[in-house]
Ligand binder design. Sequence first.
Ligand code: BES
Ligand code: MN
Ligand code: ZN
Length: 496
Amino acid sequence: MTAPLDIRFIDMDIEAIAAMEGRVAVLLPPDGKMDKLARRANRLTRGTIERLSQSPRWEKLEEGKLVEIAMPGGMEADALLVVKLDRRATPALARKAGATLAGAMGTGALHVLAASFAKAGDVSYGLALRAYTFDAHKKKDDEAPAGKATFMVAKPEALAAETADMAAVVEGVFFTRDLINEPSNVLGTEDFAARLAAMGELGLEVEILEEDELEKLGMRTLLAVGMASDMPSKVVVMRWNGGGDEAPLALVGKGVTFDTGGISLKPAGGMEDMTMDMGGAGTVAGVMRAIALRGAKANVVGLVGLVENMPGGNAQRPGDVVKSMKGDTVEVINTDAEGRLVLADVLWYAQDRFAPSAIIDLATLTGAIIIALGHEHAGVFSNDDDFASRLLKAARDEGEGAWQLPMGPAYDKKLKSRVADMKNVGGRDGGSITAAQFLQRFVKDGTPWIHLDIAGTASTKSATDFAPAGATGWGVRTLDRLIRDEYEVAGDADEG
Ligand code: BES
Ligand code: MN
Ligand code: ZN
């Protein structure tokens, strides 16, 4: 796994500043009022920070951004980074400032002179989230030192404790990003399942269901998708029992390790993006990792359906009728609408086996959600507006975009089939909504359920605030926050 940046919190030592190597950052409020450490850096550089703070450039600088002063006289450092950040900044802004620092830190060491800045923990969180590069398949430069950061603060132990849970979430986010960024030849269904199984070390109970078992369970719609692939289809179940005896929250993820479209083959242009079609499964895995690492006092079960959608002589055909585990039959009009076929069976299995108190599924389900919401918001669909509003609040608190779309019987009608209980597509109009209606048919009445269509947010072509181009890890923070806010019980975590 891509290792998170090594971040340490150290005691205040004014004498150490002059000799710090790499880059030194100071956090300066818009009014230019310096704390003890900034004053020292200012004195060493013969008033540079003060001069900057009185310049038009400083006035124009957006809060959370920085000015880089290269080779500052009087200091060993290669650069002095002056970050504009108010003492009363929101956590969100402090995180953005941290992300800005990640962009300016280069490859060496970064020293942040935070003194008693109250949001130093959030700055370090933003820095850690943004300091990610996926270079598993690039030639390594053995000379390059591993980046690391220190925060010089008034109370290092307190800050280390405060940020321990954040570090767990960062690891979950990085785990998700790695899974999504890996190409499909490296991360097929076998290797994906193996990476999840390895999380047994963290106290998660991980079970892998193989094709013969899926067959016995009647998961025909899931198996139909993977028929023409040489990679075996699998369902992986990850359980975290940190709560009491209450029914678990179930997280269900679409894990199509590559989506060619099947016989309804996709066009060549951009098909390589379908390596990320396991984004839902990757996100579920990252959440499970985060809650295990921080010892969440909640019961959560994560289930992912891992399949590869290939064309071939034994592929499913348009017009095929397949029976789901639930017992409903589906006419497969388009083999490229495969995610819902996978999720139908995993959703049903999750309810049948675990009787969860609520279900959230995540899937890179439709191109239509990108047309509707772009890459800024994931689509939120639900049978329970209260539940949806709690998720939307968690997303807002974490700064991850999420937007609810409507559902209703008029959309559901589009799935009517001449030969089976339903079709797997409802036409182009409202394509993300009819996809959600399809999934809802596999959710029992009375079970609160949310479907998150993350086709636009799971990975992007350009960098976002907290991630470089590629996989973002969208959803790990929101779901971790929701679990914290709504599902944790008082008392000690019962590990595993
Ligand atoms: N995996 C795709 C959805 C997707 C598209 C994800 C673009 C990320 C970027 C999904 O399996 C798919 O092919 N959906 C079809 C559904 C259609 C056939 C009803 C789509 O969106 O075109
Ligand atoms: Mn598809
Ligand atoms: Zn797909």
